[in-house]
Design a protein around this ligand. Structure first.
Ligand code: SF4
Length: 113
C-alpha cells in the first residue's frame, strides 16, 4: 500500500494505492488518475522565470505547456536557464518549441510592454 497526497486541487485528498493500483481516498476521479500517473509516469509542469535582455534586472515568468517527466526536470531547467527574450512580450508567446525534444514548449506567462 502506498500513500500520497493529491496535488490536482487545493483539497489535497490523502490517497491510498494498493498493489493492484486500486485507489481510495480520492474525492473525485482526477485523484485516481493522478495517483496512477504519479506511480507509473510522474510528471510536473515547470514554472520559472527568464531574463528580459533589453530591461536591466527584469525577469519574465514562463512555464512548460505540458507537464514533463520528473526525471527530466533538471535538464529542462538547464535549457530554460539559457533562454532570454526582448520586451515587449505577450502571454502565450513561445520562447522555445519542444524543449529537449519533449512534447512541451516554453511559453511566456506575463505581459511586459
Ligand atoms: S481527488 Fe479530486 S478533490 Fe481530491 S485533491 Fe484530487 S482533484 Fe481535488
Amino acid at each position: 500500500m502506498k500513500e500520497l497526497t493529491c496535488i490536482v486541487c487545493p483539497r489535497g485528498c490523502r490517497l491510498q494505492v494498493d498493489d493492484n493500483m486500486n485507489v481510495t481516498g480520492n474525492f473525485c476521479p482526477r485523484g485516481k488518475a493522478y495517483a496512477i500517473s504519479e506511480l507509473t509516469n510522474p510528471v510536473r509542469t515547470i514554472t520559472t522565470s527568464i531574463r528580459v535582455s533589453n530591461r536591466p534586472h527584469t525577469l519574465v515568468s514562463v512555464k512548460t505547456t505540458n507537464p514533463v517527466p520528473k526525471d527530466k526536470i533538471f535538464d529542462v531547467m538547464k535549457e530554460i536557464d539559457k533562454l532570454s527574450v526582448s520586451a515587449p512580450v505577450r502571454i502565450g508567446q513561445v520562447v522555445k518549441t519542444r524543449v529537449l525534444g519533449l512534447e512541451s514548449d516554453i511559453v511566456i506567462t506575463k505581459n511586459i510592454d
